[in-house]
Design a protein around this ligand. Structure first.
Ligand code: NDP
Ligand code: MG
Length: 390
């Protein structure tokens, strides 16, 4: 039996992972499931999957979790520290699907134990990519990409030498506002930004898709994970979300990964890697689809893409600043303190501010320094939001 844990089990990726695991319960021993606010789901899944332990990030919800698990034999735990401790329990495979920088510490802990980390939590690569890769190398642990574009690139690279790669193209649906007139963007509402044309995902990544902060993160994720020069990475708007990424080789070949917009493909690939197993995803009927459309992304509509290039040029800990400022600006938009288009201004201002302050962005990439600059960037972004809020 393979020992598996799911971090962020109650979220969109977590639930898709559980869907796959629950289809073959005899193959898996579930070690830990973690969530935050959704205690009902967490407890129900932990009981159904006979997990050793269920952990909520919210310490105040421990009594509720205990109640919900009463008599089941599943242990209950709570708080950020308990989540990281759950990552230290022996397991063969861990799904890292917590949203935000909160996924970094448990992911690092899993790697330190030599556990294979299926990584949906792109924030940890953006914040501390080199640290994650170095930790994996030191402890002989694998990181498998789960983000659909990165799973696609990873699959296109099987058996290929990295030095034959000339370019990597990641596609973007363009999100909710792809075809909106530019002048309407400042008035976009939370409900409008929270609806994705193709993918069914958590609210935060859905809004990040509309602003292209998600794609900006993914460009950085590509640079970090595959170790390529930023100039080799291109973004292509592809409204149908069926080609997830393309890898161009120096003989002119482009290998495209084509599939339905269903995260169970990328999750399943990471779960069974290096084998391929039957997965319950739709088989595409290309003749019925008829045609695929592509466009060059517009950096006026999506300034996040330009900011990502600046972050890669700057290097150091600027990825952690970028991510923290983005998360804080997103909180500001969700709370109604910012207009949709203010988010990129807040992120750019935070990066400018912390660059000008000097020092910290060039500090060594350790977990403590990343968490420290994450905190500083959140404070800086919050101050910028207070100034902007209307
Ligand atoms: P969701 O918002 O659906 O789920 C997030 C999960 O994290 C939930 O289990 C939530 O618990 C938990 N959580 C929230 N805050 C904390 C915290 N502070 N500490 C610990 N756990 C917390 O997100 P998604 O599933 O959409 O995304 C998860 C990750 O995967 C993100 O990094 C995202 O970028 C990435 N990803 C997602 C894709 C998708 O299709 N959804 C595609 C590619 C990448 P609760 O719900 O109980 O509050
Ligand atoms: Mg993606």
């Amino acid at each position: 039996m393979r020992r598996v844990s799911i971090f962020g089990a109650t979220g969109s990726i977590g639930q898709n992972t559980i869907d796959l695991i629950a289809r073959a319960p005899e193959e898996y021993e579930v070690v830990a499931l973690t969530g935050a606010s959704n205690i009902k789901q967490l407890a129900a899944d932990a009981i159904a999957l006979k997990a050793q332990v269920a952990v909520t990030a919210d310490a105040a919800l421990l009594p509720d979790l205990r109640d919900a698990l009463q008599g089941s034999g599943v242990e209950a735990a709570a708080g950020a520290q308990a989540i990281t401790e759950a990552a230290s329990r022996p397991a063969d495979w861990i799904m890292s699907a917590i949203v935000g920088a909160a996924g970094l510490a448990p992911g690092m802990e899993a790697l330190r134990q030599g556990t294979t980390l299926a990584l949906a939590n792109k924030e940890s690569l953006v914040c501390a990519g080199q640290l994650l890769l170095d930790t994996a190398a030191t402890h002989n642990a694998d990181i498998l990409p789960v983000d659909s574009e990165h799973s696609a690139i990873f699959q296109a690279l099987v058996g290929e030498p990295m030095d034959a790669v000339e370019r990597i193209i990641i596609t973007a649906s363009g999100g909710a506002f792809r075809d909106w007139p530019l002048e309407d963007l400042p008035n976009a509402t939370l409900a409008q930004a929270s609806s994705h044309p193709n993918w069914d995902m958590g609210q935060r990544i859905t809004i990040d898709s509309a602003s292209m902060f998600n794609k900006a993160m993914e460009v950085i994720e590509t640079e970090r994970f595959f170790g390529v020069n930023p100039a080799m990475i291109e973004v292509l708007v592809h409204p149908q979300s069926m080609i997830h990424a393309l890898v161009g080789f120096y003989d002119g070949a482009l290998m495209a990964h084509v599939g339905p917009p269903d995260m169970r493909h990328a999750i399943g690939y990471a779960l069974h890697h290096p084998a391929r197993r039957h997965l319950p995803v739709e088989r595409l009927d290309l003749a019925a689809i008829g045609s695929f459309e592509f466009r060059t992304p517009d950096e006026v509509r999506w300034p996040a893409l330009r900011i990502a290039r600046e972050v890669m040029d700057r290097g150091g800990l600027s990825g952690a600043v970028f991510n923290a400022a983005k998360e804080t600006a997103l909180d500001g938009f969700i709370a109604g303190h910012l207009k949709f288009t203010d988010m990129s201004d807040i992120v750019a201002a935070t990066l400018d501010r912390l660059n000008a302050a000097g020092g910290h962005i060039d500090d060594m990439m350790t977990l403590d320094n990343v968490l420290e600059i994450d905190k500083l960037a959140r404070e800086t972004a919050r101050a910028a939001i207070l100034k902007t809020a209307r």
